[in-house]
Design a binder for this molecule. Structure first.
Ligand code: NIG
Ligand code: FE
Length: 409
């Protein structure tokens, strides 16, 4: 089956190959072909080029894009999409003046989500997550990472990972599962809980193949760098590479531990020292910023300009979760990055598509318009330029989402 998409006004993020993540000043380079065509063969991108070079060969179907924009779907490399309930009551507490940490101490936060999740059935959790995931795809996400971490018992953590496995089976987009047992402590007996992660959860996860990565929340009041190290070293024995929460409120040494344990990415980075930037420069660990979280809980935005100006690569993700970032809208993430972090629209698109694929080791499958990659892309409603996506903040610009060459929804 060959489908031709013709008269594309702007064919965005066209790359010959995905050999390396984009860093530093190269992040402002977004390759675009104007007045272009795209040929899809079955579920893959087969060919592309300027309309003037199209050789008029026979195809099964032709779609006239009528001057609109076509770009790869977003890659959302950090979400907590499986949860039992929203936390609107905490939203109101926040409006009235309480901060994230005080809300957690007052019975909200991760422990609030864990209590509700422990009582929810696997079917209920699946239904909720599947409906959110469909909605996220309609908002342009075509590959995603989903974490556990609201279980905090062996049974409930495994239940979350089983829900993610079911999502992998029923959705035709790449999904990566991350085990975040070390998200919080269920009670005062911290060593006992860490022992259950190491002796019960990790072996079970390994034998069932339920996770692709391991995560820990390294923060004051949560996991110390030493506790994080203990979990990461144990997870390494079960072949789980770290993608971790660090430096959301405080710099306490998590980045150093992440790098020395070969982390694929370090996520949050609202607080980032010169020293830590230098450590990242000497490593392959990818910095991931989460502007939706900064916006929603009113904390500083990650110094993304500084990250890029130091020659590092940058990835942006939604952090979608019921407590600190209840939105999976990656277009809005582009707006926040441009408006609050002073990223150029081109940098934001690179950070949410091409580079983001590297943060999930999916760079050979998604993230750009490249021959052989999945035909996962978005066509705009109107003829627009790439900058419009961030500029018209909160405005729905998405006309159609294609997944594996077919219209989604
Ligand atoms: O990435 N910071 C840690 N975890 C989540 C928030 C979890 C929650 O509040 O439920 C985050 O922001
Ligand atoms: Fe998170």
């Amino acid at each position: 089956m060959r489908t031709l998409f013709k008269n594309i006004g702007q064919l965005v993020q066209v790359r010959e190959s995905s050999s390396a993540i984009i860093r530093g000043s190269m992040m402002s380079d977004l390759p675009v072909i104007e007045d272009a065509y795209l040929l899809v063969e079955d579920d893959l991108i087969a060919e592309y080029g300027a309309m003037t070079t199209w050789d008029s060969r026979t195809v099964n179907e032709t779609i006239d894009v009528q001057g609109r924009l076509l770009m790869p779907t977003f890659v959302d490399s950090h979400t907590h999409m499986v949860f039992a309930a929203n936390r609107e009551e905490e939203f109101v507490m926040k409006i009235k003046g309480m901060d994230y940490q005080s809300i957690a101490k007052a019975g909200g936060g991760i422990l609030n989500s864990a209590k509700k999740l422990q009582n929810a059935s696997i079917d209920e959790l699946y239904e909720g997550a599947a409906s959110r995931l469909s909605n996220a795809i309609r908002h342009g996400t075509g590959a995603i990472e989903i974490k556990s971490g609201y279980g905090l018992t062996t049974e409930a953590e495994l239940k979350m990972l089983q829900v993610i496995a079911r999502l992998k089976d029923s959705f035709d987009i790449p999904i990566k599962a991350t085990f975040l047992g070390a998200h919080a402590f269920p009670d005062e007996n911290k060593e006992k809980y860490i022992t259950s992660i190491i002796q019960e959860m990790l072996p079970e996860i390994y034998s069932t193949g339920l996770a692709d990565y391991v995560d820990t929340f390294c923060e004051v009041g949560y996991y110390t760098p030493e506790q994080m190290e203990e979990v990461l070293v144990a997870a390494d024995k079960y072949e789980l590479r770290p993608k971790v929460h660090v430096n959301q409120f405080n710099s306490i040494g998590g980045i150093e531990v992440a790098i020395s344990n070969n982390a694929l990415s370090v996520d949050h980075l609202e607080v980032l020292t010169e020293e830590e930037i230098n450590l990242l420069k000497d490593s392959d660990t990818i910095p991931v910023a989460l502007p939706g979280c900064s916006f929603f809980i009113n904390i500083p935005f990650s110094p993304a300009r500084k990250i890029i100006e130091n020659g590092l690569p940058l990835v942006l993700a939604s952090d979608f979760n019921p407590g600190s970032a209840p939105s999976f809208n990656m277009s809005l993430i582009n707006s926040l990055a441009c408006i609050k972090m002073r990223l150029l629209p081109e940098e934001a698109i690179n950070a949410t598509t091409y580079n983001a694929a590297f943060a999930l080791e999916l760079e050979n499958e998604v993230g750009s318009i490249t021959k052989g990659k999945k035909a996962n892309f978005i066509i705009s409603k109107e003829p627009i330029t790439p900058a419009t996506i961030a500029y018209n903040f909160g405005v729905d610009w998405i006309g159609t989402v294609f997944i594996n060459g077919g219209e989604f929804g």
